[in-house]
Design a protein around this ligand. Structure first.
Ligand code: NAP
Ligand code: GLV
Length: 312
């Protein structure tokens, strides 16, 4: 009998950890690595990141595609995903832990005035700054999905005044939630530290523009860990130049790697990160993918299937 075949087609990642992990944890599967795919009709499942063109050609018996990442906009835009084949996005505890750590790190950084203390040290200035109480600091999360909700819970645990915005209504203990575009202006008006954890879709592309930044209170902080295209970069730079947005931590950009001449690199109020707020961790994620795959083989519904029409 033919063994179930999983094709590994992830690019730009640590193959030894990923492919090695799959081979070690699933000796029962026929695990092939791109480009040595053999007969494409034998491929049942694909594990993919940054796929080459025509990856799925000839895979007439494909049962599902697993994304290494949470954001699947490039997979959807790249085309070639066979119609009707489920695409599973990455929902994994290791990823959520990484994102939560990063968001908490940057929220605390601004909340505790570390950006000012670092500047004061450069000037040799000894200046005590009393931080606000966390309950008096409004942190707003755009996106309350797997990652946004995890960050929200951690920030609630630290005592912050946490708000969240999503497409549909949400109930998360200790978080004031709103939803829909007509609630966004009010949400932004009350947000001192804004964290973007949205997926990139037709509705969220370019969402954060001059009008939206102007709706934040003067001196607000911005942390973008969603996607670069959520932001109109020139509008953010203008808001930073006037001080309306006091400082920003940017992990994602319209063009990655961020071009060397881009103003973000040298702007005094910007922290540039090389898209590593949360890197998927093979140690937990190989197990996550295999659990979902094996349950599917046993007849269960796949978990975390992307709604292609919605875009996430
Ligand atoms: P998710 O579980 O799908 O959650 C997405 C959230 O965004 C949901 O709460 C959703 O609302 C909300 N949303 C989507 N469209 C919206 C709209 N038009 N208006 C308002 N809310 C909207 O996604 P996730 O796993 O948390 O991941 C979020 C994103 O993080 C990924 O798509 C990716 O872009 C980014 N990411 C970045 C890194 C990094 O290292 N920088 C790592 C991983 C992921 P509903 O709940 O109502 O559907
Ligand atoms: C990383 O950006 C991801 O989408 O997982």
């Amino acid at each position: 009998m033919k063994r179930t075949t999983l094709l590994y087609a992830a690019f730009g990642v640590d193959d030894a950890a990923w492919l090695g992990g799959f081979r070690e944890q699933a000796p029962d599967l026929d695990i092939r690595a791109w480009p040595d795919i053999g007969d494409p009709r034998e491929i049942d499942y694909v594990f993919v990141w940054k796929q080459p063109l025509n990856l799925f050609d000839g895979m007439t018996n494909l049962r599902a595609v697993f994304s290494l990442g949470a954001g699947v906009e490039t997979l959807l835009a790249g085309g070639g995903l066979p119609a009707g084949v489920p695409l599973v996005r990455m929902v994994d505890p290791g990823l959520a832990t990484g994102m939560t750590e990063f968001v908490v790190l940057r929220v605390l950084h601004y909340h505790r005035n570390m950006h000012l203390h670092e500047a004061n040290q450069r000037d040799g200035a000894w200046i005590q700054l009393r931080p606000k109480l966390p309950e008096d600091r409004a942190v707003g999360l755009l996106g309350l999905g797997n990652l946004g909700a995890s960050c929200a819970r951690a920030l609630v645990g630290l005592g912050f005044d946490v708000r969240g915005w999503s497409r549909t209504p949400k109930l998360i203990g200790g978080v004031e939630t709103v939803h829909g575009e007509d609630q966004l202006a009010d949400f932004l008006c009350g947000t001192e530290i804004l964290v973007c954890l949205l997926p990139l879709t037709a509705d969220t592309d370019g969402l954060l523009d001059a009008r939206r930044f102007a709706q934040l209170p003067r001196g607000a902080f911005f942390v973008n860990v969603g996607r670069g295209r959520h932001v109109v970069e020139e509008d953010l730079l203008a808001a930073l130049d006037t001080g309306h947005v006091a400082a920003a931590t940017l992990d994602v950009f319209r063009e990655e790697p961020l071009p060397r001449q881009h103003r973000f690199w040298t702007h005094p109020s910007v922290t540039v990160m090389p898209h590593c707020a949360a890197l998927t961790q093979p140690k937990t994620a190989v197990r996550t993918v295999l659990d979902n795959l094996r349950a599917h083989l046993a007849g269960a519904q796949l978990r975390h299937v992307v709604d292609v029409a919605r875009g996430y």
